[in-house]
Ligand binder design. Structure first.
Ligand code: GLN
Length: 291
């Protein structure tokens, strides 16, 4: 695409026109603010004060690429490889999901309850970018936090995120469906997980920004076995938790009844559900009995 002029105000106009109709206007405004902050380090006010300034060719090229990616519905978080999750900067790439606001609610729930006191041992299963483990460690400085994931690319970025957030977390490559028992029994106070839970059949309703850019391995489960990962997480959880410890998971609201039964079958007690901000059942917590 050619820009008619190098002037900032003219470039912003092109940016808006190119995306108009593809996104709501207020979303385009926020894309513009994010993009010019990242590329030129200009705030919203700077964009007005410097409207007549000429932008150099290398920055123009970057802006052009951003517009192209947004036109293909690449999420802005992937465009710049970064997002914010509960005050933590989280780098992301095509190997990990964009952290969701619901998952912030899950972390807040754990922080509110703080089962087990101060020196907690916490495990996050299927960590992805590491956002859950990192946010927990950031808020519970004395906790010892572990994370696992089946993807080595995810583990790599989770470790990088732990570093940039100045948090000490042990991330391990581990497939929860394997027999490899990497933790001792009765070790953790809290286990938390946001495993894949979107049914293959729900693909049809999903937007191209999710379907074409987010890793399917982190999202989808087979229609005929939607709780596959929960089965393993709950089985391992009841072994790895200390008596009195708690397991928290995020879930697909359509699977609540079935998942509640699995919690009961495996011996969890004090099972409680929690809705998300949209009023959907989104979280379940269960405890390992004391005796
Ligand atoms: N909540 C995510 C979504 O709506 C799914 C995350 C997951 O599968 N764990 O796309």
């Amino acid at each position: 695409m050619k820009f008619p002029s190098n002037r900032l105000d003219s470039i912003i106009k092109v940016f808006r026109n190119q995306l108009s109709g593809l996104y709501p206007e207020n979303e385009i405004t926020s894309f513009i603010a994010i993009s010019f902050k990242k590329i030129l380090d200009f705030s919203r006010i700077d964009l007005i004060l410097n409207a007549e300034q000429n932008i150099n060719e290398s920055d123009l090229l970057k802006i052009n690429t951003v517009i192209k990616e947004l036109k293909h519905f690449k999420p802005i978080q992937y465009v710049f490889g970064r997002t914010i999750f509960m005050d933590c900067i989280i780098n992301i790439n095509a190997s990990v999901l964009i952290p969701r606001p619901e998952t912030e609610e899950l972390v807040s729930l754990v922080l509110k309850e703080k089962v087990g006191g101060d020196d907690l041992k916490i495990l996050d299963i299927a960590s992805g970018s590491g956002c859950i483990a990192i946010a927990l460690k950031k808020h519970l400085q004395n906790a010892i936090v572990y994370g696992t994931d089946i993807s080595s690319e995810a583990i790599e970025i989770a470790k990088e995120n732990a570093l940039i957030n100045d948090t000490n977390i042990s991330f391990y490559l581990h497939d929860i469906t394997s027999n490899e028992n990497i933790f001792q029994d009765s070790f953790f106070d809290i286990i938390i997980s946001n495993p894949p839970y979107v049914l293959e059949s729900e693909k049809l309703e999903m937007h191209p920004n999710v379907l074409n850019f987010e890793p399917h391995i982190a999202l989808f489960v087979p229609n005929e076995d939607p709780l596959i990962f929960y089965q393993y997480i709950l089985q391992k959880g009841i072994k790895w938790l200390k008596p009195g410890g708690a397991l928290y998971v995020e879930l697909n609201s359509s699977q609540f009844n079935k998942l509640y039964s699995v919690f009961k079958q495996l011996g969890y007690i004090s099972i409680v559900k929690q809705k998300d901000i949209n009023g959907k059942i989104r979280f379940i917590k269960g405890e390992k009995p004391l005796i």
